[in-house]
Ligand binder design. Sequence first.
Ligand SMILES: NC(=O)c1ccc[n+]([C@@H]2O[C@H](COP(=O)([O-])OP(=O)(O)OC[C@H]3O[C@@H](n4cnc5c(N)ncnc54)[C@H](OP(=O)(O)O)[C@@H]3O)[C@@H](O)[C@H]2O)c1
Length: 266
Amino acid sequence: MKKITLVSGASSGLGKKMAKLLCQKNHIVYVTARRKNELVNLQKECLNYEGEIKIICGDLTNTNFREKIISQILKEEGKIDYLINNAGFGRVERFEKQSINDMEKMFNLNVISYIHLTNLVLKNMLKKNKGKIIHVGSVAIFVPRPDYTVYNSTKSAIYAFNRSLRFELKNTNVSSSMILVPKIKTDFAKNAFQNYSQEECKKYVKNFNKDAENPEVIAKKIIKKLDSKKEIIIPNFRAFVCYASRYFPETINLILGKFFIKKNKN
Ligand SMILES: NC(=O)c1ccc[n+]([C@@H]2O[C@H](COP(=O)([O-])OP(=O)(O)OC[C@H]3O[C@@H](n4cnc5c(N)ncnc54)[C@H](OP(=O)(O)O)[C@@H]3O)[C@@H](O)[C@H]2O)c1
C-alpha cells in the first residue's frame, strides 16, 4: 500500500527536494504552496517516478485552506502517513525595524500552520495508531543570531511544541520529530533580505549562500531518517555542533557578540 505524505512549502528549496525523493520512493505526495506553476513543474519532473505528486495550491496562513488540505487528503486517501511541516520564511533585520505585518506572517506560517496541520492530522493518525510528523526547524534555535530575532522565536516555539507533544504521544505509535536544518542554498535568503535595497539584498544573499549547504544533500539525510523516533534529527556535522552548543550557550553568546553583533549582518 502506498504511503500518503503531505509536504508543505514544496514549490522550491528543501520542500521540493524532499517531495521528489519521496515520490521516487513510491509515496503519493500531496504538495502545497502558493505558486501553482512551480508545483506543476515539480509534478512534471516526477512523472516517471514510482509515486505520484498531487497538488493542493494555496496560502498556508489561511485557516480555511489548512482545513481544506487535510479534509481533501483524508477524503481521497483515508489516511495520512507522514506530515512534513516545511513551509517557512524569515525576515532578517534589526528587531526595532521589523513590521508587525512581517512578524505576524512569520508566526502564522512558521508556527500556526505547523501546529494547526498537526492538530488536524493527529486525530486520524491516533485512530490508526500510526503516523509520523516532521517539523522543519533550524540550527538558529541553539545558535541565536542578531537580526533573526523573530524568525528564531518562531522556530523555538515549534521546538517547545514538539517536546510537549511527544509526551502526549508517548504510548502510541505516532511520533513527532524536528529536523535541525543548517544554512542551505535556497530562496530563503532572497526572501529574508527583501526589505533592503536591491544592492544590499544581493550582497547579503551572496554572503549567506557562501557557505550554505546544498538542499538536496540535506533532503536526502531527512528522508533517510523519516521513520526515526528521535526528538531531534541532525542532518550534518554543522547541525550537530549547533545542537551540542546548548550545553554552553554563554560561550556561544560571547562569540556571537564578538564576531557578529558589531558587524550587524551575516
Ligand atoms: N535556507 C536555510 O538556510 C534554512 C535554514 C534553516 C531552516 N530553514 C527552513 O527550511 C524550510 C524551507 O525553506 P527553504 O530554505 O527551502 O526556503 P524556500 O526555498 O524559500 O522555500 C519556502 C517554501 O515555503 C512556501 N511558502 C512560503 N510562504 C507560504 C505561504 N504563505 N503559504 C504556503 N506556502 C508558503 C514557499 O512557496 P510559495 O512561495 O510558492 O508559497 C516555498 O515552497 C523553512 O521552514 C525554513 O525556515 C531554512
